[in-house]
Design a binder for this molecule. Sequence first.
Ligand SMILES: [Zn+2]
Length: 96
Amino acid sequence: MSAASEQRARRQGERTCAGCGATRAQAELQRFVARGGRLEPGRTEPGRGVYTCRRLACFERALARRAFNRVLKQTVAVDPALARLYPTSQVTRIES
Ligand SMILES: [Zn+2]
């Protein structure tokens, strides 16, 4: 994804999923921020945010690709329990 397309998406109030790269309205995405070196969910938390679709697969993919670290520009610890934020009937183990 280029910086230019990212800027265009932001002007339209859209954000990019760190997992699959899809651009969606911010309201459709799960937002996280880094706090104390940990990934924390937070729609209104200040600071740089990272987004995923509301799909567990996107969270897992972002984790596997270290996209959270890349977007947040720091290394964050990701609690596998964050998977509970995602609506799913299947419980999937997340390897960290
Ligand atoms: Zn996604």
